[in-house]
Ligand binder design. Structure first.
Ligand code: NAD
Length: 353
């Protein structure tokens, strides 16, 4: 038996409903496998503004830092739109990433055969499936580079150190070791000096992982390849800005926003796990949100931060089983399927653990 401390940050909108769904499933895992999950609820985003006047109270940072991982719902909503920019709910998210030094963002895009119709790609492009993990550098590059503005010009600096590339590269190769052992490093080395450093550093890291095949692709080609032959990819590793764009593209190909998880990892074992979607204020409080993205985010947490591979698999298998039995939330509903609420969907998945 193992014991883990999890900081729960339900956040705003549908956040509390979907996080409660994930807890229902984690409780089922704990019962079946005999682990102990200790939950501490923290405030972040709009709910923290309401309670403490700031989107990221120090108490939240302290609890997250002491935890083995953070499970997040989503933050934001129209209620806080009039807040000054430095006090908006999203500042809480950026602040916690920084505080926990979460320099890598992992986004798996898996197309479930049951939800093939939800993909914007034609069937023929999906005949070999889609199971790609985008590993995006999260705290460097152009989003954090020097910004300069003159009277009639502006510039943003794309800068990477070898150390920054090394640490994200290592995450990508370690991830590939748990998968199909193929890494595609995406850059623009034909134009950018920073990309040439990126590429050379990836080659260096590859020497430590002889079992992993490394190849390189220019970002424009990578976007095209994702759209025409997504099955060719296993792990994609790329910079902050390229990863931002490519991970949205790969998620879109996989279909519904309510299905996809993400992990942010960094300097410590404490990762942050969250669905890729937002707080969906339009459907909040109606028990119709899809909790699966948050539930499979919890599965990623078990596997990547706690090393509980079998337990993570049990969650993913339970999700598949419930989908095979034709249960669907509104966002993935189609003809002949059984319409299911958020709470019920989580219970069904928990029962199948
Ligand atoms: P959104 O992802 O919240 O919603 C987009 C659409 O998808 C909506 O129609 C919504 O109902 C639907 N949807 C989203 N998640 C769903 C789920 N689990 N089940 C069923 N349907 C779902 O994006 P948005 O509307 O652009 O943003 C709403 C708020 O969320 C904004 O305040 C935004 O800033 C915030 N946001 C937060 C995060 C985050 O916390 N990581 C990410 C994106 C957006």
């Amino acid at each position: 038996m193992s014991e883990f401390n999890i900081a729960l940050s339900p956040g705003d909108g549908i956040g509390p409903e979907i996080v409660a769904g994930a807890v229902t499933v984690l409780d089922a895992v704990s019962k079946k496998y005999g682990h102990k999950f200790n939950y501490t609820e923290v405030y972040m985003g709009g709910c923290a503004i309401d309670k403490y006047g700031v989107p990221l109270p120090q108490e939240t940072i302290d609890i997250c830092k002491k935890s083995d991982s953070v499970l997040l719902g989503a933050v934001g909503g129209p209620k806080w739109d009039s807040q000054p920019s430095e006090n908006r709910p999203e500042k809480g998210l950026l602040g916690i990433r920084k505080a926990l030094e979460l320099y890598s963002n992992l986004r798996p895009s898996i197309l479930k055969p049951q939800l093939k119709d939800a993909s914007p790609l034609k069937d023929e492009k999906l005949s070999n499936g889609l199971n790609v993990m985008v590993v995006r550098e999260l705290t460097g590059g152009i989003y954090f580079g020097k910004r300069t503005k003159g009277e009639d010009w502006a510039s943003d600096e794309e800068k990477y150190s070898v150390e920054e590339v090394k640490r994200i590269g290592k995450i990508a190769f370690e991830t590939a070791m748990l998968r199909d052992k193929r890494v595609v490093s995406v850059d623009k080395a034909n134009v950018l000096e920073s990309s040439r450093l990126w590429r050379a550093t990836m080659e260096e890291i590859a020497k430590d992982y002889p079992e992993v095949t490394l190849s390189h692709m220019y970002v424009d080609n990578a976007a095209m390849q994702l759209a025409i032959n997504p099955a060719q990819f296993d792990v994609i590793v790329t910079s902050n800005i390229f990863g931002d764009i490519l991970s949205d593209l790969s998620s879109a190909i996989a279909g519904s926003i309510g299905m996809l998880p993400s992990a942010s990892l960094g300097a410590t074992k404490c990762g942050m796990y969250e669905p890729i979607h937002g707080s969906a204020p339009d459907i909040a409080g109606q028990d119709i949100a899809n909790p699966i993205a948050t539930i499979v985010s919890a599965a990623m947490m078990l596997e990547m931060s706690f090393g509980l591979t079998e337990e993570a698999k049990a969650i993913n298998n339970a999700v598949d089983k419930v989908l095979n039995e034709n249960y669907r939330t509104c966002d993935i509903m189609s003809e002949g399927m059984i319409k299911t609420g958020c709470k019920k969907m989580a219970q069904l998945i928990a029962e199948n653990i």
